[in-house]
Design a protein around this ligand. Structure first.
Ligand SMILES: Cc1cc2nc3c(=O)[nH]c(=O)nc-3n(C[C@H](O)[C@H](O)[C@H](O)COP(=O)(O)O)c2cc1C
Length: 199
């Protein structure tokens, strides 16, 4: 079993980092022979996609050395994703959405012919059969029915884009109120849920 562990908070001592680490600790106990690949998206700057991204639509055999070099980050990130049976993503909410490092990663891994294809004119995700867990951390709360629920552009976006590449076995754990007095209670409750999720 292989697990891809992704952190995307820009803070070294972040709540989402602590919680993904908790998931990994439990998972390792449950899968003693398992392999964890760690990708800290804040540790290196993932290049933004530019006009050269058009190379992803070219026939692979026709790529120039410069185009191959340009795509090498994407190749490496996609290889990590394809190798994993389970993907665990720590995602802090920034301005009602995701952090820049996570968006940069998504732009590099959503790639024609690698993580999605086109069948009869319709996009088809190629990552079926994998399990994905997203642990979000938020200063406020955005639960269903609340007045702030419409401001949650994080879960709907991640659900859409991860579903687009075929990650339909997708679970979210929202750890909210992290800038409120309830933070510690929420955190403890999240740890208990992670102990279940990481089975
Ligand atoms: C730049 C920035 C923007 C933020 N925007 C929001 C927001 O829109 N809604 C919210 O509930 N919390 C927001 N927060 C609070 C974070 O979601 C919260 O501190 C969370 O714990 C961050 O995750 P981390 O501890 O893993 O870094 C923001 C924090 C930062 C640094």
């Amino acid at each position: 079993m292989k697990l891809l562990h992704i952190d995307s908070s820009t803070r070294a001592n972040s709540i989402s980092r602590r919680l993904t680490a908790q998931y990994i600790e439990v998972w390792k106990k449950n899968y003693p022979g398992g392999n964890v690949i760690y990708r800290d998206l804040a540790a290196t700057v993932i290049p933004p996609v530019t006009d050269d991204w058009a190379a992803t639509f070219a026939e692979p055999a026709t790529l120039t050395p410069a185009q191959r070099a340009y795509l090498s980050t994407s190749d490496e990130l996609i290889a990590e994703l394809l190798a994993a049976d389970t993907i665990v993503i720590g995602s802090p909410m920034y301005n009602y959405s995701i952090s820049v490092p996570l968006k940069a990663w998504l732009d590099q891994i959503v790639r024609m012919g690698r993580t999605f294809g086109i069948s009869a004119g319709t996009p088809v995700g190629l990552l079926g059969g994998k399990k994905a867990v997203v642990i979000t951390t938020r200063g406020g709360a955005y639960g269903p029915g609340s007045s702030t629920a419409p401001l949650d552009f994080q879960e709907p976006y991640l659900r859409a884009i991860l579903g687009f590449i075929g990650l339909s076995d997708l679970k979210f754990l929202h750890v909210e109120q992290q800038m409120k007095p309830e933070a510690e209670i929420e955190f403890a409750s999240a740890v208990a849920k992670i102990n279940e999720l990481a089975q």
